[in-house]
Structures are given as C-alpha cells and as structure tokens.
Design a protein around this ligand. Structure first.
Ligand code: AQP
Length: 330
C-alpha cells in the first residue's frame, strides 16, 4: 500500500495555484490502486506568520470543505487538522533538534517570507521545515504531491530523515515529491515573475477557488500579458501569456502545443475570454459542492475520524522515535 500525504495552510482562501499544484495531483493519485491518502489542514504552519483568530478558525473549516468539494474520495482519504494530532509538534521538536540553523536559513521560502514581516520574523518561520518534515515522516509517507515551491522542503525532509536514520538506526521512510509537469508553479496574474499566493496583498494577483465567478473572470481578463499579441508559450519572454496557457492546459487537459495551434490566429481578448469562461465553469462546479459540505454536519464527523486514525499512526511512530533516542522511560 502506498501512502500519500499532503497539507495546505489555512492562511487565506485557497487559490487556483494551490489547486493545480497540490490538489490536482492528489486527485490523480487517488485513482490508483492500493493507495491511502492522508490530507491535513496545516494550521500550525499558518501561525508562522500573524493570523487573525476569527479568520483562521473560519479558513480551517473552509479548507476542509474545499478538499471535499474538489473531489477527495473518502473511501481512500482521511482528512484531519494538524493541531488536533499533537504528535506533529512533538516530532517537530525532535526534527528541530536535528536541524542546523544554517540549512534552515538557506530555505528560499524563509528568505522570501521574512522580507514581508515588518513587525519581526518569528522563530517558527525559520523552523517551518522541521515541522513539515515531522508532518511527513510520522506517517511513513511514500509520496507528497506538492507544487514546485515546496520541492526544497521535501529535500530537507529527506536529509533530516537520513540524518536521523544514520544516527539512531532505520526509523523513517524517505518520501518522494510528486510534482506534475503542468501547473506545478502558477504565477501571479499581476506580476508573473512571482508565484500565485493566497496571502498576496493584491487580490487581483490570485484567483481564489471561492471568488465570485464574475470577479474571477475579470481577473483573468485583466491579467498582465505583453504587447506582442501572439499566443505562444515562452516563459522567459512572455511570462504572463505562458502562465495563462498553463492554467488553460491544466484545467482542460489540452496540451500547450494544441492550444498554441488553436489560438494561432487569435488575439489576447478572445483567448482570455475563453479562459475566463473555463475558469468560471470550473469554479462554479466546486463552489456548488462547497456550499453543501460547509453546511453539512458530516464535516466534523469526517475530521474527527481523520484525527483518530492519524493519531493512531503518528503516536506509534513517535513512540518508536522517543525510544530510539532515549527520551522518557520506555
Ligand atoms: N502558485 C502555486 N502554483 C502551484 N502550486 C502552488 N502551491 C502554492 N502556491 C502554488 C502549492 O500548494 C500547496 C499548499 O501550499 P501551502 O498553503 O502549504 O503554502 P504555500 O506554498 O506557501 O502556498 P501559498 O498559497 O503561497 O500560501 P501563503 O500565501 O500562505 O504562503 C503546496 O503543495 C504548494 O506547493
């Protein structure tokens, strides 16, 4: 049985980037034989930067309902909230004690996010990767579907696991990232040199899965392109158009080459109009299901049973780790 794990932070309303980078590959993997999916809402990671308590509490449930609305198959998937399984913090501390400050300071995400923290940089922002390593290693995870931006964190997870195994004996399975070729790095709609992020201060930069359909369409139509006018994939010279082609291709499964041919004699207006409709249709299907799950009492039951199973797996691994390290009495 292959175990697949992924988490998303409830640090805002999830975007098309989160969907294409993390949820879409997860949905592809759940169709395979003999897989078990563990999906969690990474609320402990979200507090590495300041959060509003009311918004955070809301975003946690919203994200849970969105995972279901996107098509998570509960015959194969278990969903839980990270903070409800304390083994994550406990193994996180062990991982921190096996990490070096130098390697954590070299993480791109730390360097990027610390620039935005005007009121001081939390220690948690630096120690985000050891906590993420704990999230993954607690469950003997085989595959982690992520966007490109998380690849470096997967590498440090593997390094920390190997370091621990070498020091204390074989304990952790080394996980592999699972990154799709298209959609693994969706860019901002106003600055295609930056990735699309749910916490971007400019809402025009991202499409939230719960955006009003007309607002989302407008964002696509006003996305930054260039003055050349031709629809072709060239990330270096035409990052805006290339990003829109990526979104189009990921949502329709039409190849980028086919799209270039289809729009060879078109202009940006027609291309954007078509994409706006595709995005609109995609969002309205998910939003309909979301409205069902967010109002359903099933949501709490699903999260309770996910938490219980996750705790069952995680506490066994944590006990093994403590034993190997000589922590506690057993
Ligand atoms: N732009 C993106 N394109 C493709 N994949 C993306 N992911 C994030 N942005 C893109 C993937 O989504 C998953 C969940 O990410 P996260 O919420 O844990 O953290 P993040 O990568 O920091 O995502 P955001 O949206 O940028 O959040 P904030 O703004 O809070 O920092 C990951 O698999 C990630 O690769």
């Amino acid at each position: 049985m292959k175990r697949i794990l992924t988490g998303i932070q409830p640090s805002g309303h999830i975007t098309l980037g989160n969907y294409l980078g993390a949820i879409r590959p997860l949905l592809a993997l759940q169709n395979e034989e003999d897989v078990e999916l563990l999906v969690f809402i990474a609320d402990l990671h979200a507090i590495t930067v300041p959060q509003d308590r009311v918004a955070l509490r809301h975003n946690i449930k919203e994200l849970a309902a969105l995972f279901l609305a996107c098509g998570l198959d509960l015959n194969k998937a278990h969903m839980f909230i990270q903070s409800e399984v304390p083994c994550h913090n406990q193994l996180g501390w062990v991982m921190e004690c096996n990490s070096y400050i130098g390697e954590l300071e070299r993480m791109t995400q730390f360097k990027d996010k610390k620039q935005k923290q005007t009121d001081g940089v939390s220690a948690g922002l630096l120690t985000y990767p050891p906590l993420m390593a704990a999230d993954i290693l607690l469950y003997d995870t085989d595959l982690v579907p992520v966007g490109e931006d998380q690849k470096q964190h997967l590498e440090i997870t593997r390094n920390l696991a190997s370091r621990f195994n070498n020091k204390y004996g074989e304990t952790f399975k080394l996980p592999e990232p699972y990154i799709l070729k298209t959609g693994a790095r969706v860019m901002s709609l106003v600055d295609p040199s930056k990735k699309m992020s749910k916490s971007d201060s400019n809402p025009k930069a991202f499409i939230s899965i719960l955006d009003d359909i007309n607002v989302a369409k407008k964002k696509i139509k006003s996305a930054i392109t260039d003055s050349e006018g031709s629809i072709r994939y060239d990330v270096e010279n035409k990052p805006g158009v290339s990003n829109l082609l990526t979104i189009y291709s990921s949502l329709t499964n039409e190849s980028i080459a086919d799209l270039e041919t289809k729009y060879a004699n078109s202009n940006y207006q027609v291309f954007k109009e078509d994409l706006a409709n595709i995005v609109g249709d995609f969002l309205s299907k998910i939003q309909e299901k979301y409205n069902y799950y967010i109002n359903s009492s099933d949501l709490d039951l699903i999260l309770n049973s996910g938490r219980d199973l996750a705790y069952h797996y995680a506490s066994r691994k944590l006990q093994k780790v403590y034993h190997k390290m000589g922590i506690g009495r057993y």
